[in-house]
Each structure stands twice: as C-alpha cells, then as structure tokens.
Write a protein that binds this ligand. Structure first.
Ligand SMILES: C[S@@+](CC[C@H](N)C(=O)[O-])C[C@H]1O[C@@H](n2cnc3c(N)ncnc32)[C@H](O)[C@@H]1O
Length: 333
C-alpha cells in the first residue's frame, strides 16, 4: 500500500491495477507496476479536490461517469505532453529536404489536385503541427495553387486549448531560427504568437488514438507523424493503431515515429526508407507505380555504408540508432 502523509491518499496494488487497466482499455496508455508512484502523484490533487481518500473511490467515480467529463480530466492528468518546435531536426530535414520535394515533384507531374494532407497524431500543445506548417510554407512559397491541410489531434483537451491559442514562450522556442521566429511569429507582450498564415493551415480536434472506428475514418494522408506517442502504449494497441495509420495513408505516403521508436515486432507492412537525414517508414505500393527515388533498407549494403560514413563524420549516436533500426528491420523479414 502506498500512502501519502500530506494528502492521505491511499493506493493498494489492486487499486493501482484497476485504474491502470481502465486507462489502458480506454486510451491505450499502459503503466507498468514501477509507474505506481507516478500514477498516484498525478491523481492526488484531483482526488483531494473531490475529497476522496482511496484510488478505488476515484476509479469508480471515473468509470461510472457517463458524461466522460472525469475521463477527460483524467487524460489531462495522466498524459505526458513534452514537446517543442522543430523537435528532432534530422527527421524534419528529411521531411523538408527529401520527402516534400519528391512529393511536390510527383504531384506537379501528375497534374492532379495540388493538395497536401498531413496528420500530426498526438500533437500536444501544437508545436509539431505548427512546425510542419512552417516547413510547408517554406517549401511551397505563398502556397499559390496549393491546398494544405494539417490535421492535429490529441486526447487531452487542455493541450488542445493551448494549441489553438498558439502562444508560446521559453524553452519550447529554443530550436527556432531567429529568421523563422521573425517571419512566422508575432511578439505579444512576453509571448510569441503563431501568425495566422501558419495557424490557418492547422485543424485541431480531440481524438482518442485508441478508437479504431474514428481512426478508420481518416484517409488519404500524404504523411503521418505520430512521434513520441506510442511509447506509452501497449504492443497490442500499437499494432492496431499502426494498421490504422497504414490504411489512412495514401500509397507511397510516409510515416514518422519518434527517432528512438521502432516498428520492430509491431508491423511489417511498411518499408523503412533511408534518407540522408533520417530513416522513415513508407507505405509500399505494389506494382510499377511503386518506384521511388529513395533507397529502401532492402538495399542493405549501400545503406550500411552510408551509416558507417555517418558515424565517422561525427553523428555517432544517430548512426548507431540508424544501424539498429536497419538491423531490426532485417530481422523482422
Ligand atoms: C510526448 S507528447 C508528443 C508530442 C509531439 N508528437 C512531439 O513529438 O513533440 C505525447 C502526446 O500524445 C498524447 N496522447 C497520449 N495518448 C493518446 C491517445 N490515446 N490519443 C491521442 N493522443 C494521445 C498526449 O496527450 C500527448 O500530448
């Protein structure tokens, strides 16, 4: 039994498992037993507000609240929302300098509708989708003739509220180049507000990624970003969600997960593509239309050569990461 003298909240292992399994069933997030303190710490203020002493009481309260208000509050408490603008530069460089030019070229040649549909799944306070919007604006100039839609969602209403506001300060801005900051943000008091031309490209909405019915309604995405979200999910939920992302992508669409994440043991449906800056998953097309400029890891030796080159040129940690992803991909074949 864990109890906290200050608030006198009590949580037995059984109570922990009850609320943990409930959170897993509803949201996909899974907390192992070594996260018992973390769960308790995150619940205690809310339980004090409700004058509840045991986690079991809170479990029944949230479970039987048909309005889902308490569940939504629980999601605000339990989620980890760490994010920042231009998070993981190598991945964004691969998007900006490799994936996008290739896609723009293909779309221009196809003479079809010049549209981009990008999905930021688990967008937290908005830094990721706004970063993607700025990258698209840089690539497509003033967007003349293009229609861009960035769909951004999260399970926490609180982060979505902040995302829609689009005002930021402090450490989240640390990776933004001064020229980009000046171009796409307006200084308002001590904050930086995202300018309307960026904001208008992003549509925020509430979505639980552990809702297969809702996921099945997403379609025709050019690129899906689900970075640093599935690390909190059980493998069973990851497998189902990754199937959903695969179906939501158009053929040859790209799928970004966090740079320390892998699809090893989760899905074999995607092809791991080696770009200069990062490894990215791609939805393969069967047949002649499947040819793309980028090499896949099936061409193992040149990719490995490049990785070795990366290590020699100083990117040792990243090169090792790439190497392990390639090995995992090969092992899963
Ligand atoms: C660590 S943040 C990652 C933000 C951003 N993708 C990035 O990489 O910077 C993880 C986000 O996933 C959201 N999340 C967790 N479970 C979710 C679920 N079942 N459905 C939708 N969003 C979820 C959390 O609320 C949180 O904002």
């Amino acid at each position: 039994m864990i109890s906290n003298l200050e608030t006198d909240i009590q949580m037995s292992l059984e109570d922990f498992k009850a609320i943990r399994d409930f959170i897993h069933e509803k949201s996909g997030m899974f907390f192992a037993e070594n996260k018992m303190y973390l769960v308790k710490n995150r619940l205690q203020r809310r339980m004090a507000e409700l004058d509840m002493k045991t986690v079991r009481d809170y479990f029944y309260h949230v479970k039987y609240d048909v309005s889902l208000k308490e569940f939504n509050r629980l999601m605000v408490l339990i989620t980890t929302n760490e994010t920042s603008f231009f998070r993981n530069e190598p991945q964004l460089l691969s998007f900006s300098d490799e994936v996008l030019p290739q896609m723009i070229d293909e779309k221009m040649k196809a003479r079809g509708p010049k549209t981009f549909r990008i999905w930021s799944a688990g967008c937290s306070t908005g830094e990721e989708p706004y970063t993607l919007a700025m990258i698209l604006l840089e690539r497509l100039g003033n967007l003349a003739g293009w229609s861009v839609e960035i769909i951004a969602n999260d399970i926490s209403e609180q982060v979505l509220q902040n995302a829609r506001k689009g005002e930021y300060s402090g450490i989240t801005l640390r990776n933004i180049k001064p020229s980009v900051l000046e171009k796409y943000f307006a200084k308002v008091d001590d904050k930086f507000r995202v300018k309307p031309e960026v904001k208008n490209l992003v549509k925020f909405s509430h979505l639980n990624l552990n809702d297969p019915r809702k996921i099945s309604m997403m379609s025709n995405m050019d690129v899906v970003f689900c970075r640093n979200v599935m690390i909190y999910f059980s493998d069973e939920v990851k497998k189902q969600l990754v199937r959903g992302f695969f179906n939501a992508l158009r053929p040859s669409g790209y799928f970004y997960i966090g740079h320390s994440e892998t699809l090893h043991g989760i899905s074999k449906a995607f092809k791991l593509v080696y770009f200069k800056n990062a490894l990215v998953y791609r939805k393969e097309v069967v047949g002649p239309a499947g040819r793309t400029a980028a090499r896949t890891t099936t061409a193992a030796s040149p990719a490995l050569e490049k990785v070795r080159g990366g290590a020699a040129s100083g990117g040792a940690a990243r090169a090792l990461d790439l190497l392990s992803k390639i090995k995992q991909q090969k092992a899963s074949k």
